[in-house]
Design a protein around this ligand. Sequence first.
Ligand code: AMP
Length: 208
Amino acid sequence: MKIVILGAPASGKGTVAKKISRDFNIPHISIGAMFRENINKKTQLGCQVEQYITTGELVPDNITCDLLKIRLKQKDCENGFILDGFPRNVNQAKFLNEFSAPEVVLLLSITEQESIKRILGRLTCPKCKEIYNLSFYKNSTCKICGTTLEHRVDDNEQTIKKRFDVYQKETKPLIDFYNDKVVEFRGQDDPDSLYDEIKNFLNLNLMM
Ligand code: AMP
């Protein structure tokens, strides 16, 4: 099962992708998380991409596509994958189509207002990558592994606007590009019912 999940910043892509990965036993691949890990470890790649991420720009396609290609060649991707945050533009989508085209594209719709609210309240666990929101979770440590939660470097008011503009200009055209592969869900809905809907859809349409 090869799945792409699309949506504006904080539409719930990461949370849904994590659950799909668990329930359908396919790897959750987030290029953004791979970049952040490299930034934290201060690798050469991390230094190369840090400025793009802190300003909300897209990392150049050659760097991003190379990283994705290496990841998709790993053995755990043989039976499929869920891609969260890739592709982000038509050039990347063409690259993916040549390499390993997705069967379905899940689109999570959300208003700009809700996206901003979620981004400003978002906390993530740097260790197990669990995602929380200050509106619902009042602790400062992860309930799964106890690690102190962090705000992402790009989850701030200065960067949000840029990330939203990039989504509108670069990523939204992918809805037309993928056309009848796209299935839209309301990212605004409560996370449990949203996921139930998506899981039912995948069970009905993609399982043997
Ligand atoms: P995400 O974790 O998917 O929200 O991505 C965080 C940041 O990583 C983005 O704002 C970009 O700077 C960078 N990034 C992630 N995925 C891509 C991609 N497919 N192409 C270019 N830049 C990306």
